[in-house]
Design a protein. Structure first.
Length: 423
């Protein structure tokens, strides 16, 4: 007999491996607004972890998906070509450096990370990878193996993929030199350049706590890679598509990757990811040795091509830079009266607020409590950082000035309610 799932208990049928930060039953979204089934309105400053950069349901993106849905839903990339992928490649060529002139598409950020690792190994004939402390690259086994943002991502899954060496990531400008020296040392002591295929790094640390390294650090990685024929893989899954006030975050640091990883903001919510590299390098990737059923799906490609056009037409990169400056300015005012909020940092609309207790220790409890209080007031925010002690601000790039002011006032109220106030 068919088991009936009542409205009340259907959630019990979901795997508890998914934590749930809210009980919101979402109905619809537009821009930064999310509306639940009761008609209650929330300000969504999570963007679904940095995905809906053009806002929820941007009308042009929705239209592009609707138009495509009437024509072709699935188009397996090795069986035939399709126009949405042609359009996407054309649009990407406008925003990706011309040296990265070959693209491979998949569905999630993790999958694109796997692609980058596999390409790096085939293209160099080398095995090992260097990743950076605090980095997050996803939860498939290869991606997990280069992830060190929190121990829960690795707990009881080990042993993971061998051949991974973890290098330090600078938590301040002053640490740059020490970290670069440590990296050189690793190449001398743990992984010879001749067996090191690539370094993988997020230009701005995401899950690891919204940390922005100095340009000197990333330029240092670039030069060490060049010196030894090691590939530099930049994971722009979270930082790409206008998020940091440039189209890709690497533009801030005046470096170019050998392999660029993209996802999240790429298709405004449809599952799409990809890597870009040079044609010459991609030709070393043994044909047929990598692929997938859904990668480069026509609906997702149509959404992505339109997303890039919207970002361009609505000047969302510039808006991200400007709104980001306003946001940092507003949040800095909160730091002056609340000593536990020790730092506001970020680039564009990728901004982190770090909380520490009276002993200077990361205060994850406080950050989570503030997140919970903001939720009660109708503001959705996420945390990040090794101890979940950083509140991250990733509103859609279409966020209005009024929404920014409102969100920061709700946040300030919530911080004050936790009993932390000067003067
Ligand atoms: C920098 C970075 N890389 C990779 C991933 C993994 O992407 P996905 O969750 O789509 O697999 C994420 C997800 O948060 C990310 O932030």
């Amino acid at each position: 007999m068919k088991e009936l799932v009542s409205q009340a208990d259907w959630k019990d049928y979901l795997s508890p491996v998914w934590p749930h930060f809210s009980d919101i039953m979402a109905d619809r979204g537009m821009g930064a607004a999310l509306i639940d089934q009761n008609g209650d309105r929330y300000l969504d400053f999570t963007s679904g972890i940095g995905v809906t950069n053009t806002g929820h349901c941007h009308p042009r993106v929705v239209k592009a998906i609707q138009n495509q849905a009437e024509k072709l839903l699935h188009g397996q990339a090795t069986i035939f070509y399709h126009k949405p992928m042609q359009d996407l490649v054309t649009e990407l060529r406008q925003v990706v450096p011309s040296s990265l002139n070959s693209f491979f598409f998949s569905n999630s950020g993790s999958e694109a990370v796997e692609s980058a690792i596999k390409l790096a190994r085939h293209a160099t004939g080398r095995t090992n990878l260097i990743c950076f402390q605090g980095g997050y690259h996803g939860r498939t086994v290869g991606a997990m193996s280069v992830t060190t943002a929190k121990r829960i991502y690795r707990l009881h899954y080990q042993p993971l993929m061998p051949g991974v060496i973890v290098a330090p990531f600078p938590s301040s400008e002053e640490e740059t030199e020490r970290c670069l020296e440590a990296l050189e040392q690793l190449l001398f002591t743990q992984t010879a350049p001749a067996e090191t295929a690539a370094m993988i790094v997020e230009p701005v640390l995401g899950e690891g706590g919204y940390m922005v390294p100095s340009a000197t650090f990333l330029q240092g990685l670039r030069s060490i890679c060049d010196q030894h024929g090691i590939l530099l893989i930049l994971d722009e899954v979270q930082s790409g598509f206008g998020r940091t006030g440039t189209f890709f975050a690497f533009e801030h640091f005046r470096i170019l990757p050998d392999i660029l990883i993209m996802a999240k903001g790429m298709a405004s919510g449809l599952p799409l990811s990809g890597i870009a590299s040079s044609r010459e390098r991609m030709e070393k990737w043994i044909q047929g040795s990598h692929g997938g059923t859904y990668g480069g799906n026509p609906l997702a490609c149509a959404a992505a091509a339109e997303t890039i056009r919207v970002i361009h037409d609505e000047h969302l990169v510039e808006r991200s830079a400007k709104a980001g400056r306003q946001l940092v300015h507003l949040l800095q005012a909160v730091t002056r009266t609340h000593p536990s909020l020790v730092e506001v940092r970020g680039l564009g609309l990728m901004v982190g607020c770090e909380f520490r207790d009276g002993n200077g220790k990361p205060d994850g409890k406080k950050a989570s409590e503030i997140r919970r209080r903001c939720l009660e007031k109708g503001l959705l925010l996420l945390t990040c950082g090794t101890h979940d002690h950083v509140i991250r601000w990733i509103p859609p790039l279409v966020v209005t000035e009024q929404e920014l002011h409102h969100a920061v006032s709700l946040f300030a109220e919530s911080v004050a309610e936790t009993g932390d106030r000067l003067g």
